[in-house]
Design a binder for this molecule. Sequence first.
Ligand code: PLP
Length: 395
Amino acid sequence: MNNKSAFAEPYRARAATSKIPFGRPAIVGNELGYIAEAIANGTIAGGGPFMQRCEKWLEQHLPARRALMTHSCTAALEMAAMLSGVGPGDEVIMPSFTFSATATAFVLRGATPVFVDIRRDTLNINENLIEAAITPRTRAVVPVHYAGLACEMDTILAIAARHKLLVVEDAAQAHLSFYKGRALGTIGDLGCLSFHETKNVISGEGGALIVNNERFLERAEIIREKGTDRSRFFRGQVDKYTWQDIGSSYCPGEIVSAFLFAQLEHVEAICARRRALYDLYREHLQLLAKRGDIVIPEATGTDANGHIFWLLLKDEPTRAALIKHLAAHDINAVFHYIPLHSAPAGRKFGRTDGDLAVTDSVSNSLLRLPLYLELTADDVNRIVDTISGFFGQKS
Ligand SMILES: *Cc1c(COP(=O)(O)O)cnc(C)c1O
């Protein structure tokens, strides 16, 4: 498994008739060798050579002004919320169709998430609804790049500039996706990446805060190091380190960073493989889409990282029936978010602006199909045939 041919000619870990899981983490390179090296280095806490190699890698390849590795994207979002300086009474605009971490980071600071609706084509925040949701208390906008598809960043940046708002990109699913040639996460003031095992590039748990706005550089390091200037101390810029500010413990350990660095070395192959599977799904599901049985996402070319392949069904009962049909054929397909505005904590801590009709309808009708490195073209054919069978079609 230690070479690139694993991608060119995907290996078959399962028999053709066996269960197809929704996702499956994979070793793609020298993960185990680097972990051994980290242990041999004699340091496995945060801040070691592998963490620094991951940061350099991101800074060179995204490219980015500064990347700070964290132990999760949630941690990066919490750092972004601290850096944004929001507090009780302040409002942060975000989609409701996202993961709880997008909101909890700001709620922990006492701020109020204000949920606006999404677009039906990309399932991302509808940029045309943002301005109407702005009040004198609005401090930030958090675009979430769902499934690795880019939000309409030009419009969002223009609105933010007009109203002096911070832009924090939740790019958890969007590592190495692009908007007009720029990597997602490097466009707003701050960007947050995830390396959770469900994402494209993984380290079990893991993340990074991308600092694009110069004015946050110094404070971001302090917040990550329990509020101390330990980073400056290690660079020899101060002769002792002391408590400077609020903060927490957000560095990843070296074993996690060693694993991640091996994954980063193969990111092109990982994304290429996922995009190929995404395109195969699109191609084979075209007929059902033309008949109006399903809606499928647009072609993304190399702008997106092939993170999720979703489809929209007519309604919730149809989705439930299809999930059951696929499960009966040993295929695990899953729905996604219960919108935050309708969740217990969302109702308690946030508010909506306008009706969230698209969010509600999408969350009731969206289905995600299996997508992972070991999935084969035969698997995709089998999944598509099973879906076609459900709609009474021979493919
Ligand atoms: C996965 C995810 C997160 C959280 O990432 P972790 O690394 O698990 O903390 C946040 N936002 C979105 C949109 C995600 O998909």
